[in-house]
Design a protein around this ligand. Structure first.
Ligand SMILES: *Cc1c(COP(=O)(O)O)cnc(C)c1O
Length: 560
């Protein structure tokens, strides 16, 4: 790639020049909108080059530190003159692209964002060229029906209703089989919104929570408050939902999990009974299919049964684990998902779609009518406007990626991707168990793995299962330093989280390393390289850590 290097100031792409006349601005701006712009082709080539280099980078990121990065972005003036594109691109390469995360790198195995199939990039270009707005028919047209079709396909994969069911609802403007959102967060909030409005809906001379507000609704129905129940590992989108819907974070009831991160069913039963006793309105019970922390799957069948007995809506947050439904081998792990009133699945996680796609699926096609809104300029009753039963307004035609993914990858393709991810997770788990340097912290349900590094002097104690709370604090502190150093070095990447565990019959919280094995390009060699990188980094920090171990009291002070 050859960018012409003009006398460009290092700090800023903005070339301050003399006053440019109004007529010049007009010419320049109209040029930007012109179809025959001569620079457009060049730009395309540059961008393709930059993209290819970026995607094929092997390491996880650059080793720049965050403070010096922040310092690059401190100018808050809007440049008065249009910048030259080549200069701007050079600025972009040096300052932004050079320090972005290589999410497609085979050694970036710490988050739920990974490589994309190659057809997504050209489709993204097409989507921008078409610039549809899926909020309403008048700005999207065919895309609205196309989106409904793609959502119906996944609905069928989850619920597998009859042909008749799908012919009746797939393109019926009164029915909503799914809602396309910007992510799992919005999907989860939308589900809670539907249920709040349905549970506290209109009755007799009461117009429902939607019109009269939460206080009036609770009063009318004789409740003292409202609650959402799920495991303590619920994604924080439910905190947002409880807050936004007026339920309050105290109304989010968190049930403890077992050592494999699955909700304790007995505690759930007790919590439901307590809500009824205290006259709290249960908006929904949540089951998680693949927790964000550790990939654990809640006992969905048991939860479905409890929700059914209590006559409460059952929502499954399968943002991460949902695509296991494609796998003959692993689908059984989600047994019970088909009994959920609704299911969240993220497209931008294990469906390998670009960032910005989540979905909510509804068992009852009429459920979304509880959140329906009209607007006089559009969103008319009976219309196909997708925005009338959605939290979001204007949104891009992301259905393009979803529909293309389902067709170009297919259910067999998704099955392969899921099976591979889980196979590699089992490989990594076996490696961790075989290496004295590491301890596996939970048996993986899906393709997330939590483990930790054990500093040499404590390995015997771990083997004998005699770690004290102070030992654990020391190991946690060590792992936090290890993860931060690894992130800073940028060669490989693993994230970290907290896990609760029992230590001499006491509940304590420990730092865990978290691997996410979703990138199809990650090989067993890459996994070995990541673990070896951690051992290497650990050997560099162990000396100062020994000193900390000698003075455990002061260590306790600095951790707590
Ligand atoms: C990622 C995730 C979410 C949130 O989805 P976003 O797409 O990040 O908004 C919700 N729940 C679970 C279990 C997740 O893994």
């Amino acid at each position: 790639m050859t960018l012409s290097k003009q006398e460009m100031p290092k700090q800023s792409y903005l070339v301050e020049s003399e006053q440019i006349l109004h007529s010049d601005i007009k010419k320049q701006i109209m040029q930007l909108f012109s179809l025959s712009s001569s620079s457009a082709e060049n730009i395309d080539e540059f961008i393709d080059d930059i993209s290819d280099n970026f995607i094929s980078a092997g390491d996880a990121s650059s080793d720049v530190d965050l403070d010096s990065l922040a310092a690059k972005f401190c100018d808050s003036k809007v440049p008065s003159q249009p910048a030259n594109f080549e200069n701007y691109l050079e600025y972009l390469v040096d300052n932004v692209i050079a320090h972005s995360i290589h999410t497609a790198s085979p050694k970036f195995i710490g988050h739920m964002t990974s490589a994309l199939p190659s057809f997504m990039q050209p489709l993204a270009k097409l989507m921008t060229a078409m610039n549809q707005n899926s909020v309403k028919i008048e700005t999207a047209k065919s895309l609205s029906f196309y989106e409904r079709q793609a959502l119906a396909m996944l609905h069928r994969q989850i619920y597998n209703f009859s042909d008749n069911f799908y012919s009746e609802h797939i393109q019926n403007s009164q029915s909503t089989l799914g809602i396309l959102t910007s992510g799992g967060t919005t999907a989860n909030i939308t589900a809670m919104w539907c249920y709040r409005n349905a549970v506290l809906g209109a009755k007799d001379d009461f117009f429902g929570v939607e019109k009269e507000g939460l206080t009036a609704a609770l009063n009318f129905y004789g409740y003292k408050g409202a609650a959402i129940i799920g495991s303590e590992l619920m994604h924080f989108s439910f905190d947002k939902a409880a807050d936004l819907l007026g339920i309050g974070n105290r109304g989010l009831i968190k049930i403890p999990v077992d050592s494999n991160n699955r909700m304790r069913v007995r505690s759930l039963r007790q919590a439901v009974a307590k809500c009824l006793q205290e006259n709290l309105c249960i908006i929904a019970i949540i089951g998680i299919a693949g927790t964000t922390d550790s990939g654990g799957v809640d006992p969905l069948l048991d939860i479905a049964k409890i929700a059914c007995e209590a006559n409460v809506h059952f929502h499954v947050d399968a943002a991460w684990g949902g695509p296991l439904i494609f796998s003959q081998q692993h689908r059984y792990k989600l047994a019970g998902i088909e009994q959920a009133n609704s299911v969240t699945i993220d497209g931008h996680k294990q469906l390998y779609l670009p960032m910005g796609i989540g979905m909510l699926f509804l068992r009852e096609p009429q459920m979304a009518q509880s959140i329906e809104k009209q607007a006089s300029y559009t969103m008319r009753k009976g219309s196909f406007d997708l925005g009338k039963r959605a939290l979001e307004g204007s949104r891009p035609g992301m259905a393009l990626f979803l529909h293309a993914g389902l067709n170009l990858i297919g259910s067999k393709g998704y099955e392969f991707l899921i099976d591979e991810g889980i196979r590699k997770t089992q490989y990594m788990a076996a490696r961790i168990c075989a290496m004295p340097e590491f301890e596996l912290l939970a048996e993986p349900d899906t393709n997330l793995l939590i483990y930790r590094y054990i500093p040499e002097p404590l390995r015997d104690v771990v083997a004998k299962k005699q770690l004290t709370e102070i030992d654990n604090l020391f190991i946690s502190q060590f792992n936090e330093r290890l993860q931060k150093s690894q992130r800073q070095a940028g060669r490989t990447f693993i994230s970290r989280t907290m896990k609760s565990t029992t230590c001499f019959s006491q509940e304590i919280s420990i730092v865990a390393l978290r691997a996410v094995l979703a990138n199809p390009l990650t090989t067993e060699d890459d996994i070995d390289a990541v673990l070896n990188d951690q051992i290497q980094i650990a050997s560099e920090i162990s000396l100062s850590a020994y000193n900390g171990l000698k003075n455990q009291d002061s260590l306790l002070d600095c951790v707590s």
